[in-house]
Design a protein around this ligand. Structure first.
Ligand code: SF4
Ligand code: SF4
Length: 89
């Protein structure tokens, strides 16, 4: 599990729930590039071979925990934590 700790509230990525749909990458790149370009996204989803989880989720240094990718993940693979509270969805 990956947890980001930048400006916004931390984001927890649970790769075991990820389907590899890449909506998070598309939506993040739209924010930064005003275009759908996964290569420019601050979230990176990669398929793994012979691993426990089929996909691996990581974040680049550009990510500021804006939370957009969390809102657009339909599979519960991304959550954003509120201080002292349960994860937001
Ligand atoms: S984290 Fe969510 S939105 Fe991103 S690829 Fe995985 S399932 Fe899709
Ligand atoms: S939190 Fe915002 S900047 Fe970070 S990966 Fe998600 S959409 Fe991109």
């Amino acid at each position: 599990m990956v947890t980001t700790t930048r400006k916004g509230l931390p984001i927890i990525a649970d790769a075991s729930k990820c389907t590899g749909c890449l909506v998070c990458e598309l939506r993040c790149s739209l924010r930064f590039e005003k275009a759908f370009n996964p290569a420019k996204a601050a979230i990176v989803v990669r398929r793994r071979v012979e691993a426990a989880n089929e996909y691996e989720i990581s974040f680049t240094d550009t990510c500021d925990n804006c939370g957009i990718c969390v809102r657009y993940c339909s599979y519960g693979a991304l959550t954003q934590v509120k201080k002292g509270k349960e994860a937001l969805r």
